[in-house]
Design a protein around this ligand. Structure first.
Ligand SMILES: [Zn+2]
Ligand SMILES: [Zn+2]
Length: 106
């Protein structure tokens, strides 16, 4: 029986794929779609993608805070100790009240 050669990142033909970040062999449904790749599936698994997204989001927020900009939209200047601009605060408030209404309905 020929040994299946597994590339650095690729699908092994049994519905498993190696994540290029954590190097684990994981089922395909743990990978998101990535149309730019030849096989249409992301190189990294979802949890690695989420981790790197979180990391970059944290960096982006830190950069915005030091620049004195709203951490959510990064466009409007804010006065400390506020982190988000009035528009973003309003947006969050509206969403929260929507969720609350939704939850409190019988
Ligand atoms: Zn991974
Ligand atoms: Zn904002």
């Amino acid at each position: 029986m020929p040994r299946t050669y597994l590339r650095r990142s690729g699908t092994d033909g049994n519905g498993m794929r190696m994540c290029s970040t954590c190097r684990k062999l994981l089922p395909l449904d743990l990978f998101s779609k990535h149309t730019a790749n030849p096989d249409g599936i992301a190189y990294g698994c979802k949890s690695c993608g989420y981790k790197s997204w979180k990391r970059s989001a944290r960096k982006r927020k830190a950069r915005r805070r030091t620049a004195g900009l709203c951490v959510t939209c990064g466009k409007l200047p804010v006065t400390r100790p506020q982190k988000t601009c009035a528009a973003c605060q309003e947006h969050v408030r509206k969403r929260l009240s929507f969720v609350r209404n939704f939850v409190s309905k019988p």
